[in-house]
Design a protein. Sequence first.
Length: 181
Amino acid sequence: MAPNTPTNENRFREVWDGDSETDCVEVCRDLQKAGIEYRTTQQPVSRMSRMGVEWKFKIYVLDSDYQSAKRALGFGEQPESDDSVLEIEEKTAPDSDFNQDYEARSRAYLNRWDSELATVEVGSQPPTDASSTVELSLTENLIHFRVEHLKNGARRYFVHPKDEARAREIVREIKTGDPPS
């Protein structure tokens, strides 16, 4: 399922997301039957053993078709009550969220890479920190990295020079707890 980038003049809004390709296809079919224009994205979440990849699928519709899409998918049919589940506000996704650079990085991330090219140290963790936050964050941001495990239990993280700025910012955010500036 190849991502379709929305055109510049339209604003799209996320109407569905999930990790099942079958569910994604069914939602697309329902939107197509209702005559509602939609776009999809497919992004790698993680790699599994035996070369498997876990994917995250998202479906977007024109902002003007959002309510019609919710009805077509049966999202607006449940009555609201005081004990309903907390709803999270939907976000409007301008075309810049469909950054082609990200799509290219996403495809490239799945290709083989040489860990010896990861020569720039972007951070470290002391032996007392056993969390995998740095590893998970770099992976989530499609940055290949190499970990050097020191004898005392500390870890040093190395990335490819082209990923240095993004990786340093991620490590800074983790260490300081500050969101991106």
